[in-house]
Design a protein around this ligand. Structure first.
Ligand code: SD4
Length: 333
């Protein structure tokens, strides 16, 4: 097993993000860190780091990072520009959680461009944890959000193309196909942060699987499946085909494995092995990815199939992009 340092160095990818503003480089509290899924985690982390570097809280940081992913880019898998369900509706899922156990989420939310902030309002302004569908939208509007049509012309075109076959068959790493001209296969953003005072928080936001059935909810808004955070241990988040995360209470599982003494990488690997052991045949055809950080700021990831990347940002380096190890090393075995 390579040391963490060796692993990080050997798996560093060419930084895909724009150069950092000079003011951000090598500044910020030394204990603070933010990590997130896929290539677009690099710029999303930087949006979160802008909060942490000023001594801001982990919860404010992950909300800022997730908000960037929801509108700052347009990639068919998160927030605005997300691909619709099979009936043509863009429906968004998001969750947010603090290390003290506070949490909030929204599922199947339509017409609201910042589901992560609605999830935070559920956490802070209601006695509930989760609001779904029309009720979630009603709450968002009461909170001052504007309902709008989130379906882009590109998403509409892709949906009409999909209707020709109407075949629901998620592809590994590209289940929600990148827009024409967008070469990245990035996906749902899951983000974990630790702030200067040692508090942890996480966020997860997505438009879910493209062409899903109307009413389908994935793992991302389900506390314990797509996201789980505990100040006493650490946090975990997931990307990939959410049904597998729900079946295995996967992010909770990763955190509990860390509680039992596993490193973040070991915990992610063991959780992936659990997914495989439950459905070995299905596991060959779909992607599942975990990212975890413990309370000491150690980071690890593991995926079912190769191709999962994750971004790490702290006072020393704000644009690290790493490649996760995986069970299967070719996309289909
Ligand atoms: C879902 N986990 O809705 C999300 C989608 C995703 O890679 O992460 N795809 O199931």
């Amino acid at each position: 097993m390579p040391s963490r340092r060796t692993f990080l160095q050997s798996s560093l990818l060419a930084a895909g993000a724009a150069a950092l503003p000079r003011a951000l480089a090598k500044t910020g509290p030394s204990g603070a860190k933010v990590v997130s899924t896929w290539d677009f985690g690099v710029p999303a982390n930087q949006a979160a780091w802008a909060v942490l570097a000023k001594g801001g809280s982990a919860i404010d940081a992950v909300e800022a990072g997730a908000r960037w992913a929801e509108t700052g880019q347009c990639n068919s898998t998160v927030g605005r520009c997300g691909y619709p369900d099979r009936d043509g509706f863009v429906t968004l899922d998001a969750s947010i959680m603090k290390g003290d156990g506070s949490c909030g989420s929204v599922a199947a939310l339509e017409g609201i461009d910042h589901p992560i902030t609605v999830a935070r309002r559920v956490m802070e302004k209601t006695p509930h944890v989760m609001l779904v569908g029309a009720g979630a939208q009603q709450f968002a509007i009461e909170q001052g959000f504007k309902a709008q049509d989130l379906r882009t012309p590109e998403a509409e075109k892709a949906w009409k193309e999909w209707l020709k076959t109407s075949k629901y068959a998620p592809e590994i790493n590209v289940e929600q196909r990148a827009m024409p001209g967008n070469k990245e296969n990035h996906d749902t953003i899951g983000m974990l942060a630790i702030d200067a005072s040692g508090q942890l928080a996480g966020a997860c936001t997505t438009s879910g699987m493209a062409w899903k059935m109307r009413g389908r909810v994935g793992d991302s808004p389900i506390i314990g499946a797509g996201l789980y955070v505990d100040n006493e241990v650490g946090g975990a988040t997931a990307s990939g085909v959410g049904e597998e995360m729900i079946r295995n209470a996967a992010s909770f599982l990763v955190v509990e494995l860390m509680r039992q003494g596993r490193s973040p990488a070991e915990a992610c690997r063991e959780a992936i092995e659990r997914v495989v052991s439950k459905r070995p045949e299905a596991s060959k055809e779909l992607q599942v990815c975990f990212l975890a950080m413990n309370k000491h700021g150690e980071v690890g990831a593991f995926a079912l199939h190769q191709g999962f990347s994750y971004a790490v940002c702290d006072a020393g380096k704000q644009d690290a992009l790493l490649r996760s190890q995986s069970i299967y090393t070719s996309q289909k075995s």
